[in-house]
Ligand binder design. Structure first.
Ligand code: SER
Length: 571
């Protein structure tokens, strides 16, 4: 089934069932607390909270839409089988019209009409604040869906977008192991201080990723083989690796839609996201010697393929292509300056390569490729090493230098976009050390770190362990970390030789390469001398554990064979 037909079928299905079809809102939202539109419900926020009247505005209490959406959380994963930045979301919404029974029935009936067998569904399993969604479970079972999994906050609770807003438990439909449809029951309003208040009227907000739906309906292995991507991918020269091809098309599609909605590349906020997308494709253009007309041809096709559904693309066609060209010229100017500098260097070491990167934005691949013979001894490892050294040196001065725009901290493990996030990731980072230590105390000394990733929202920690943790173990680990927090232990940094650090018993991550001199962070209780944790690390950390706040494990799951994954937050 062609994607055009899927669009039509979806909207007709809901129109027939009393929904008013509403056009997509802009990718640049009115709501100043979010940078870009990430969900279909955003344009309906006021209807959920009773501050606008759907009957007056739409002639119905229920609507349906295909919403342009953009999520930056997955930007580095684009190129695998299922991640993209820009995507479309099919959704039906109700503001005091219908609720769980009907929403679930619609989901079930639509899949039936599309001959898509439901694998299983998930429902909210309940926690201290919000009860388990037994009603949804019952409705699914009445429809004959046998497998209903209960999940927690992280998976089955939506929202709010921005600082505050409607939110609630969700039920999700899976096909071939992939989550396809998220049905949200907006029963609460989350205040900016995180408290939940029941909403006066119940709301429904559903979202189904169009690319994923097309993937299962067109029986493709990944979203890039669907007709939403394939025709554009074909325009890229064959020799270019698949991953880069996907990134190019994803980023061109995203840039085209963002430009058509009036966003312009800049160094701050949403403009910076757009600039990153564009510059990445320019780098590939240079690197792979892609003929200059190709990108313009792809943008042309995107505009015309999608223009039927999004008039703004046709209307802004010239501006989009003009802006794209302008940004390319700007980028190439800097690039040229960098390349001139590159010419002057007789042999490119990792130090000079890093300088070129830092001053002119020349990425490693370009230096290596265009440096030719002069860059013969330059390796990715050497460059990365230099990068890391620099990060350590500059971490202290980061905030001043970047003035809070873009990512001010990105060590691979830690990511922060502004001062506030930097504070949060720092707290989460020290909490992660405490977690690593607590895991050993509870599960034994044999466990090994297998990865970690920290954003302003949460820490994610992978470690080797052969089975699921029991709820008691999870609780003990959480309590151990919180006991270290309550004791307000001190965090001390010492610089020493790598070998000495290892001998001292400091934990280290076996996948990581360390320089000869390293920093060791020790968390200890000054009153009793108890050492809680000792780890090799680049920082940054809080100075006392009391700054961390309450530590909470929100999920424990398998990450891969023999590796467990914990997600945790600090409050
Ligand atoms: N708001 C939910 C989502 O974006 C459902 O539409 O997934």
């Amino acid at each position: 089934m062609e994607s055009k037909e899927i669009r039509k079928k979806f909207l007709e299905f809901f129109e027939k069932r009393g929904h008013k079809v509403v056009p997509s809102s802009s990718l640049i939202p009115d709501d100043p607390s979010v940078l870009l539109t990430t969900a279909g419900m955003q344009q309906f926020k006021l209807y959920y909270i009773g501050k606008a009247d759907p009957s007056k505005d739409f002639g119905a209490k229920n609507t349906a839409s295909i919403q342009k959406s953009f999520r930056t959380s997955d930007i580095d994963e684009v190129g695998d089988d299922s991640h993209d930045t820009f995507f479309e979301m099919l959704g039906n919404f109700s503001f005091g019209g219908y609720f769980k029974k009907e929403a679930i029935q619609y989901g079930y009936d639509f899949f039936k009409e599309m001959s898509l067998p439901i694998d299983f569904v998930t429902v909210f399993g309940g926690d201290k604040e919000v009860p388990a969604d037994e009603e949804s479970e019952k409705f699914w079972k009445e429809l004959g869906v046998k497998k209903v999994e209960k999940r927690g906050r992280e998976d089955n609770f939506w929202g709010p977008t921005g600082n505050e807003g409607p939110c609630g438990p969700t039920t999700e439909i899976y096909v071939n192991g992939v989550e396809i449809w998220n049905i949200v029951f907006n029963q609460y309003y989350q205040e900016s201080n995180k408290t939940l208040k029941p909403l006066e009227q119940n709301g429904v907000d559903t979202g189904m990723g169009f690319e994923r739906l097309a993937m299962v309906l067109q029986k493709k292995k990944n979203i890039f083989e669907t007709d939403l991507f394939a025709p554009f991918l074909e325009l890229i020269p064959k020799e270019i690796p698949d991953r880069q091809k996907r990134i190019i098309v994803d980023h061109l599609r995203g840039s085209t839609f963002l430009l058509a909605d009036g966003l312009r590349p800049s160094n701050k906020e949403a403009g910076y996201i757009l600039r990153r997308l564009m510059r990445r494709v320019f780098v590939y253009e240079k690197l792979y010697k892609i003929p200059t007309h190709i990108y313009d041809a792809i943008i042309h096709d995107i505009v015309h393929e999608y223009g039927e559904f999004y008039q703004e693309l046709l209307r802004e066609n010239n501006a989009v292509r003009e802006e794209f060209k302008k940004e390319g010229e700007k980028f190439y100017k800097t690039l040229e300056r960098g390349l001139k500098e590159l010419e002057k260097i007789s042999e490119i070491s990792s130090v000079s390569a890093f300088k070129l990167y830092e001053t002119y934005g020349l990425p490693f691949e370009i230096i290596k490729e265009l440096g030719g013979q002069k860059a013969a001894t330059l390796t990715r490892d050497g460059f990365d090493e230099e990068f890391k050294k620099h990060q350590e040196i500059s971490r202290a001065g980061l905030e001043k230098k970047f003035g809070g725009h873009g990512l001010i901290l990105d060590t691979g493990e830690l990511k922060a976009a502004n001062k506030e996030e930097l504070k949060k990731v720092t707290r989460l980072h020290t909490a992660t050390h405490l977690l690593n230590a607590a895991l050993r105390k509870v599960l034994g000394q044999d466990i090994r770190q297998d990865g970690s990733d920290i954003t302003a929202e949460r820490t994610r920690f992978d470690f080797t362990f052969p089975r699921k943790l029991t709820p008691e173990e999870v609780k003990m680990i959480e309590e151990l970390v919180n006991s270290a927090v309550e004791k307000n232990m001190q965090v001390i940094k010492e610089e020493m030789d790598y070998q000495d650090a290892i001998k001292s018993g400091a934990l280290h991550f076996f996948k990581e390469k360390y320089p000869g001199r390293v920093n060791v962070y020790t968390v200890s209780d000054p009153k009793t001398g108890e050492i809680f944790s000792k780890e090799l690390c680049g920082g940054p950390h809080v100075s006392h554990t009391g700054e961390i706040g309450r530590f909470k494990i929100i999920k424990e799951e398998s990450s891969s064979a023999g590796v467990r994954r914990i997600r945790a937050v600090v409050e």
